[in-house]
Ligand binder design. Structure first.
Ligand SMILES: [Zn+2]
Length: 276
């Protein structure tokens, strides 16, 4: 039996490699012996971690179908547990001193504004470790002008990051094919209505108007890219309306940077540095 299990694991690894599947459980049946017939399921969690479950199941056909169906079912709890297990093994347990220090205090150098878009997580694209960046994410990575009544969440993040954590850099990251900017460009003609979205993306309306005025012939993806970048520059300027930011720059303890992540071409560009 042990030899059969080893063979099964190898088969699973090959299948994973072939299909380039990561963090996706693959469950399929595999006949190990003729009588009784064992069915196995194999969850491939990562290159180094393969879970194998074996059971003796008499009702072959029905169970086989069940197992095959399971392979396409998204299991959020399983995904969460698998992901954390990988982090614990590959990161947390490998550097206990780092995490012991981090448990006492966070001292991030960066405050980052990035879009909520699932493709642009700064943690992944800039290879950040826990403790490196205080994070603010919203649709279209926008920083509105300081307004206590309307945007207390944004103000609280900036105030805490600059005043308490003493971050040295605020980075605003724009990105390609941003759904928030696309929505802004669809207004006011599009008839779909949203309760919150349209009001929020209108923070970038001045950037949109400026780009259209300066590039009257631009349209489609070209126009969207220009507005995505222009709105980052506006966010940098809007940051100056927060007194903590203004005084940090004047004291030369804080720097503002704009960035643009193009996930179509796979590049990251620094757009501008703001100084007073
Ligand atoms: Zn976006």
């Amino acid at each position: 039996m042990d030899g059969d299990i080893a063979k099964f694991i190898e088969l699973g690894k090959k299948l994973k490699k072939k299909n380039n599947i990561l963090h996706k459980g693959i469950v399929f049946d595999f006949k190990l012996t003729k009588s009784p017939i064992y069915y196995t399921s194999c969850s491939l969690v990562s290159k180094s971690h393969t879970e194998v479950h074996i059971s003796n199941i008499p009702h072959l056909r029905n169970i086989k179908n069940t197992l095959i169906n399971m392979s396409t079912t998204f299991d959020p709890i399983q995904r969460i547990n698998d992901g954390f297990e990988q982090f614990k093994i590959n990161e947390f347990n490998k550097d206990p001193d780092y995490y012991r220090q981090l448990a006492q205090k966070q001292q991030p150098k960066f405050l980052m504004f990035a879009c909520s878009d699932s493709r642009v997580s700064p943690t992944n694209i800039l290879n950040l470790r826990p403790g490196e960046a205080f994070m603010a994410r919203n649709i279209a990575n926008l920083v509105p002008v300081s307004n206590k009544e309307r945007y207390s969440d944004i103000g609280a993040i900036i105030e805490y990051a600059v005043e308490t954590l003493n971050v040295e850099v605020i980075l605003v990251i724009g990105h390609s094919r941003c759904g928030g900017i696309e929505r802004l460009l669809a207004l006011p003609d599009d008839e779909t209505s949203y309760d919150f979205l349209d009001d929020w993306v209108s923070v970038a309306e001045p950037a949109k108007q400026r780009v259209i005025a300066e590039n009257p012939d631009a349209s489609g993806e070209e126009l969207q890219t220009l507005v995505e970048k222009a709105s980052v520059l506006d966010s940098l300027k809007n940051l100056l309306s927060y007194p903590y930011v203004q005084s940090g720059i004047e004291a030369n303890t804080l720097q503002l940077l704009g960035g643009y992540y193009d996930f179509v071409r796979g590049n990251f560009q620094i757009l501008e540095t703001v100084t007073v």
